[in-house]
Design a protein around this ligand. Structure first.
Ligand code: FAD
Ligand code: DLZ
Ligand code: SF4
Length: 512
């Protein structure tokens, strides 16, 4: 035979060279469901089911297109349950002239493939992942020589390079690069998620759901209802539905949070983008076309495109530039153990309960819930970054280390010391009260900071700032918060810090 072409579960893209360059007559594709990948963190069961179903559908699509496919299911006899083991088994069985794989999205697997190279009797080619819009070399060119990396400058370069929302004179469409200020409205009364698509489960998905139920009986999360698209055709329908019906409202309430509304106007596309069922450029181009045809306002189209062309590529660049070692960073010396309620959802804090329930039920919560609720709490309470990293990597259907790690350690926890974001995203209960309706009916009161019913976010916020004063008072964007702290006087400061200790004690005892 020719080349053994290995396709990982999050590489289901026919535009990749691994597929586009294949010889139908001689090459064989390998896709393998393996326990090592399904259990290296405690993945949400919906994430596992989505990926296995999408992999099986993709394997069938390759077969239908005339390729030869070796598909190893999780419970196939002889499955060695690791990717390296399955590659070695396929090489022994098929005797290919070479093995090819697209570079994986996680450092640990890349290392694994480098080690495998030594064990293989034939050469191993690691191909670039050309789905991304910024190559490793292009990110290095952006980052080299800069004292500080900032997303905004990266994003402007990306807009120009890919000619998205750029006018003939090279200036940004509408005259501004960024319409974020218009996208921070608190929720209006009655704000709801627009209707969403739900895809019929075919025999493949039903088999996978049964497999996941049997093999992961103790798995985290709710397996059904299961609404995910599992093919490119379905993912494209989801994209078109978003562009036509949801994108127009994406901007205004992008940061809002509403009880019982996990999605609002977010796209839910990360899971498909990250698995390869959608391409980032096609998504951005469709959003741009919607604006140019008058189907979406500029603040919505620009805000949405910035997330994909800007943030998504930027966090990947940061991850690869600072790995290995990035996931070990703990610049704020945070040492608290992960509270059990992150898994169980059992807490009296209504905002945390809500975000954790969405996570458990849907393997999803939107960005502001991840950043300003579960992330913000972990930042303020000083929860160990590595434990948070493993939690975020497990619980979301879109989670892979290349995108999750820098969001968690860099954006949410400031554990990288400000490499990714200049200022910590720390907020008190007042922010949550303004941007959500979670506080209505909470056991705590967001207007109280000390004593009976005090909202934990308040005292923990001030205690966090006080603990890290030396570091943050040097930050040009933070002097006003320290001026407010100083104005409080010693007695109030001591009361807040004492209250913060009481919250931390309650957290450790599972009473918060
Ligand atoms: P939308 O709000 O509709 O945004 C559109 C698209 O932009 C998303 O589909 C996504 O591809 C991209 N995007 C938006 N924000 C970011 C961002 N900060 N970084 C990278 N891409 C972004 N995103 C993941 O894809 N996987 C993760 O594992 C992940 N972990 C996160 C952990 C933390 C602590 C935080 C704060 C954010 C994390 N994000 C992650 C980023 C973001 O929250 C999700 O991409 C987003 O919530 C996905 O939902 P959506 O598709 O509805 O996004
Ligand atoms: C996440 C995941 C899971 C749950 N299972 C598999 C699998 O069985 N086989 C596979 O090839 N890939 C799986 N993946 C995705 C990989 O973990 C992913 O390719 C790496 O994390 C790199 O991004
Ligand atoms: Fe969250 Fe505090 Fe509001 Fe309760 S009062 S929902 S803990 S911010």
């Amino acid at each position: 035979m020719g080349v053994l072409r290995v396709i990982l579960g999050d590489q289901l893209s026919s535009q990749l060279e691994i597929v586009a360059g294949a010889d139908k007559g001689r090459d064989v594709f390998l896709l393998a469901e393996v326990m090592s990948e399904a259990s290296y963190v405690r993945h949400h069961v919906k994430k596992i089911a989505f990926l296995f179903s999408a992999m099986r559908h993709y394997g069938d699509a390759l077969k239908n297109a005339g390729y030869t496919v070796r598909y190893v299911a999780l419970d196939d006899a002889g499955n060695s349950q690791s990717l390296e083991g399955e590659i070695l088994r396929a090489v022994a069985a098929l005797a290919p002239s070479r093995v090819a794989v697209t570079e994986p999205g996680e450092w640990r697997l890349r290392e694994g493939f480098e080690a495998l190279r030594l064990a293989l009797p034939v050469p191993l080619d690691i191909l670039s992942d050309t789905r991304f819009l910024c190559s490793h070399a292009a990110f290095a060119a952006f980052a080299d020589g800069r004292r500080e990396l900032r997303m905004e400058f990266f994003y402007r370069e990306m807009r120009r390079r890919h000619d998205i929302l750029i006018e003939a004179d090279g200036m940004p469409t509408g005259g501004r690069w960024n319409y974020d200020e218009e996208n921070r409205k608190p929720p209006k009364v009655g704000l709801q998620s627009p209707p969403r698509l739900s895809f019929r489960k075919d025999a493949i998905t039903l088999d996978v759901l049964d497999l996941v139920r049997r093999k992961f009986p103790e798995g985290y999360g709710r397996l059904e209802p299961f609404h995910f698209a599992v093919t490119r055709r379905q993912a494209l329908r989801e994209l078109d539905h978003f562009i036509a019906h949801i994108l127009p409202g994406f901007g205004d309430y992008q940061d809002a949070m509403v009880r019982g509304e996990p999605y609002l106007s977010h796209s839910l596309l990360s899971v498909y983008l990250n698995a390869g069922l959608l391409y980032p450029l096609e998504v951005c181009r469709k959003a741009e076309a919607a604006y140019r045809d008058g189907r979406a306002p500029l603040n919505a189209a620009e805000g949405f495109i910035r997330q994909i062309l800007g943030w998504r590529e930027y966090v990947r660049g940061v991850y690869w530039r600072f790995m290995p070692g990035y996931i070990e960073r703990n610049a704020l010396d945070a040492t608290e153990a992960l509270p059990w309620f992150y898994w169980s959802g059992e807490t009296r804090m209504a905002c945390m309960r809500e975000a954790l329930a969405h996570t458990y039920d849907h393997a999803y919560s939107h960005h502001i819930q991840r950043l300003m609720i579960t992330g913000n709490f972990a930042l303020l309470a000083g929860i160990e970054p590595k434990a948070m990293h493993e939690w975020y990597l497990a619980v979301y259907a879109d989670a892979y280390e290349w995108v999750e790690a820098s969001n968690t350690l860099g954006m949410a926890l400031h554990a990288d010391g400000g490499l990714l974001a200049s200022k910590p995203y720390a907020a008190s209960g007042n922010y949550i009260r303004r941007m959500s309706n979670y506080c209505e009916g909470c056991a705590y009161d967001p207007t109280v900071s000390v004593g009976e019913g005090a909202c934990p976010f308040n005292a923990l916020y001030w205690d966090f700032l006080a603990r890290h004063r030396e570091r943050f008072s040097r930050n040009a964007r933070m002097p006003y918060v320290y001026a407010n702290w100083d104005k409080m006087g010693a007695q109030k400061q001591a009361a807040l810090r004492g209250q913060a200790q009481a919250h931390l004690l309650a957290m450790r005892e599972g009473q918060l």
